[in-house]
Write a protein that binds this ligand. Structure first.
Ligand code: SF4
Length: 87
């Protein structure tokens, strides 16, 4: 499960990643062999009922590693930048 440190969040119980190897969500690199893990993680997030809550949490927490809410760290950096620009 990808949410070891966020068990106080009630949406965590409905996470689709409960039964998935956490290493899939935290590849060493998003390139090379890690790209397959990123695709696998995003596929799990794509069928997760709480992906919006997860992404919101990751953005608010400034989570710098791993796939959360179907986004990579780089994608979240762009999202945060866009949100800041939008005010
Ligand atoms: S969106 Fe992805 S990382 Fe977040 S709870 Fe769902 S499956 Fe886990």
């Amino acid at each position: 499960m990808n949410l070891l440190y966020h068990e106080s969040e009630d949406w965590v119980d409905r996470a689709a990643c409960h039964s998935v190897d956490p290493e899939v969500f935290f590849p060493v690199s998003p390139d090379g062999p890690g790209a397959m893990d990123v695709r696998r993680a995003k596929a799990v997030c794509g069928r997760c009922r709480v992906s919006a809550e997860c992404l919101d949490w990751a953005l608010r927490a400034g989570e710098a590693d791993g796939v959360w809410g179907g986004t990579t760290p780089e994608e979240r950096r762009y999202l945060r930048r866009d949100l800041l620009r939008a005010g």
